[in-house]
Design a protein around this ligand. Sequence first.
Ligand SMILES: NC(=O)c1ccc[n+]([C@@H]2O[C@H](COP(=O)([O-])OP(=O)(O)OC[C@H]3O[C@@H](n4cnc5c(N)ncnc54)[C@H](O)[C@@H]3O)[C@@H](O)[C@H]2O)c1
Length: 541
Amino acid sequence: MKSLCLGPFLAASAPVGRRAYGGHLSRKCFQKQLHFHSRCVAFSSFICSATISVMPELEEKQVFDGEKANLLVKDLRKSFDSGMTKSYGWRVSQLEAIAKMLEEKEKEITEALYKDLGKPRLEAFITEISQAKSSCSEALKELKEWMKPEKVNTSITTYPSSAEIVPEPLGVVLVISTWNFPFLLSMDPVIGAISAGNAVVLKPSEISPATSSLLANLIEQYLDNSTIRVVEGAIPETSALLDQKWDKILYTGSARVGRIVMAAAAKHLTPVILELGGKCPAVVESDVNLQVTARRIIAGKWACNSGQACISVDYIITRKEFAPKLVDALKEELEQFFGKDPMESKDMSRIVSPNQFARLVNLLDEDKVSDKIVLGGQRDEKKLKIAPTIILGVPEDAMIMQEEIFGPIMPIVTVDNIEDCYSIIKSKPKPLAAYLFTNNEQLKKDYVDKISSGGMLINDAVIHVATRGLPFGGVEESGMGCYHGKFSFDSFSHRKSVLYRSFDADSTIRYPPYTPQKEKLLKALISGNIVQIILSLLGWS
Ligand SMILES: NC(=O)c1ccc[n+]([C@@H]2O[C@H](COP(=O)([O-])OP(=O)(O)OC[C@H]3O[C@@H](n4cnc5c(N)ncnc54)[C@H](O)[C@@H]3O)[C@@H](O)[C@H]2O)c1
């Protein structure tokens, strides 16, 4: 009975086992390590449960529990401790392998993103694949420079000496990713972790199973599995991972889970980068180029994963008398983007899951909101689609103004004076991004001055994320720490201070016995007063 079941099981699940080992596997080895991958995707679950039902001894081993997580981290730490990930050669080889993977598997990545989110092909390319490509090519181009120790000046108190800051890898790091840009938000931190010379475990989101499964396959296929692994799964698997000691955790997702991650990390004093969300406002003054403003807001909301993006425009604040004009412009441009029936448009992603769909419908159907819809409101539960929806004059206490919308619904809050925007924005937690559309220079200056947010963009939305020279991260409730480009390298490195001295010129001034003359000279040296220093040296002061 056993052999009858095991044969097809091993054959069907071979990629899972290989992924866990990153190499050849014996049956014994496979059984031991199988649980590295708790499979959430339907196909694998089917195979596993079918097999488990006749093989109770394997059932337990399917679970990626604390013991397995511990083994995994030990394994990776061993590889890290061997020093292999530190070398420039290893880092480049892995980055080149990612670049190759991105070239060769673009179609598969696009298909997975379509399965998970109905993401249009070009949108997938623009917002995920091309971003991962540029992140990888930037790292390849700049890595040598980033790895160089940074010379710094020394002080007279250590003369003669030289000093530098040496970036060193942290060790074994964990990346927990989310579902809305499931490919980019997994690979971009992994690229940063590898550039900095770390071993890394990626836990993609179970809410985007096709991309999660593809990432597991591709990383196993293209990268060094003794140092880079994927663990698929949901809360139990993430919890098992979080119980381990990591050298850094980068988590992308909700603030609620961010708190869980931070609490778990605190047990081991593990530093964290939390990439969270929030309500990103767009303030629109009446002096704007209306058509360009409307297009850019649409691109930063509905054409951005149907608003399921951490930096998509969450709500608009504008003057009362200007709001109808803005609504008309948005309606006109939305039709240009998605046609007369946007529910049929192939250029707009769907809502990721029935749960998210129900949450959005709930926000939309609140009494205070439903009678203020001036565009859209249609929904299709089967297709998980919600039409681009605009709500005009939404009250501040409506649910939709209390939580991050993360969907294709745009409330517009109207004000008498544009300066009223400050109190509205400040009444909420600090957002991940804040937008302003205006030609008024003073207003721009004031907005930058008065609003605290992770990032800020004037006269556009979302695309600041593509400026690799800018750090990407939140503040307060929208997150902590940052990454992208060199900031990723720095975030996954320890900047070690090194001071070099020689045996020459061994000044005895800091050694006992402490004398008044030594004290005078020391004070003169610290004050930097050359005259005092000379006088002290000559014993004249
Ligand atoms: N700052 C950014 O870069 C960024 C990017 C995308 C999304 N976000 C934010 O993410 C949020 C939505 O994402 P989400 O719904 O996937 O978040 P989520 O926090 O529910 O899930 C993210 C990850 O956490 C894991 N997780 C979920 N519950 C857990 C638990 N109890 N214990 C341990 N792990 C758990 C999931 O498996 C997943 O991998 C929004 O607030 C959005 O703004 C931020």
